[in-house]
Design a protein around this ligand. Structure first.
Ligand SMILES: [Zn+2]
Length: 243
């Protein structure tokens, strides 16, 4: 990856976001025009019900379970996240970030510092932005916590997680992250941000690096949770204090 490629991609992403900022608000799932304070149109909203509005659902939103998510990865929410990541739509960080902040507030999350899962440098060059960092900036603002976008770094590249089985995913990312600036997280309550939790392997590897650097606790905050991943996360409480 050359630095100039990163700059070109970042400028392109910024220009795209600026262009969309001037257009009227549109649904994060399908681009239908919507009211200013909405995220989805009425049709899409029906497929993206938050955990808080799913009576009887085993919600992965309690801070004491270590994982806070707005809703399951399905319907318009999944579509919005896909567009955010793969269709050059950094502007969707704003509506999706609002959902994430809602979930965090609803679960009573307290954080001193907000840290995004870092993106592989090659992926960053291709995409022009780290979707987790854009979300984390919104959350930090809303929670009045400090924003530490470079607190973690990948110390080795990892095969693309989506192509691997669950066991291989865990092996693939174990030890792949390091705290770049331990003083930013030491003795602090960290909110770790990603767009989606699937198996939780990446989040767990990041948590290990943060606790290793002295973080007091780590809570995962994601926009959407794949339900199987949520089960796995619940089985190993991630916010345990370091001993
Ligand atoms: Zn829609």
């Amino acid at each position: 990856m050359s630095p100039s490629r990163v700059v070109v991609a970042a400028v392109r992403a910024l220009a795209a976001a600026a262009g969309r900022a001037l257009s009227p608000p549109s649904c994060a799932g399908c681009d239908e025009p919507i009211a200013d304070d909405a995220v989805f149109c009425a049709d899409c909203a029906r497929t993206a019900l938050p955990y808080t509005e799913r009576p009887g659902a085993i919600g992965v939103r309690a801070a004491d379970a270590g994982l806070v998510a707005f809703a399951p990865f399905a319907g318009a929410l999944a579509e919005g996240i896909r567009r955010f990541k793969y269709s050059d739509r950094p502007d969707l960080a704003r509506p999706l970030g609002r959902l994430l902040l809602c979930a965090a507030r609803d679960a009573g999350v307290r954080a001193d510092v907000v840290v995004p899962v870092p993106l592989h440098p090659r992926r960053l060059a291709e995409r022009g932005y780290n979707q987790a960092a854009l979300l984390a900036a919104h959350v930090a603002d809303g929670l009045a916590a400090s924003f530490a976008p470079r607190a973690l770094r990948r110390v080795r590249s990892t095969a693309q997680q989506a192509q691997l089985s669950r066991d291989l995913r865990l092996l693939n990312v174990a030890g792949a992250f390091r705290a770049r600036a331990p003083e930013r997280v030491e003795r602090r309550r960290v909110a770790l941000i990603d767009d989606v939790a699937t198996t939780g392997a990446t989040l767990a590897a990041c948590r290990d690096a943060l606790l290793g650097a002295g973080a007091a606790s780590v809570t995962y905050l994601v926009v959407a949770a794949a339900e199987s991943g949520a089960d796995e996360l619940r089985s190993s409480p991630p916010s345990a204090r370091r001993t």
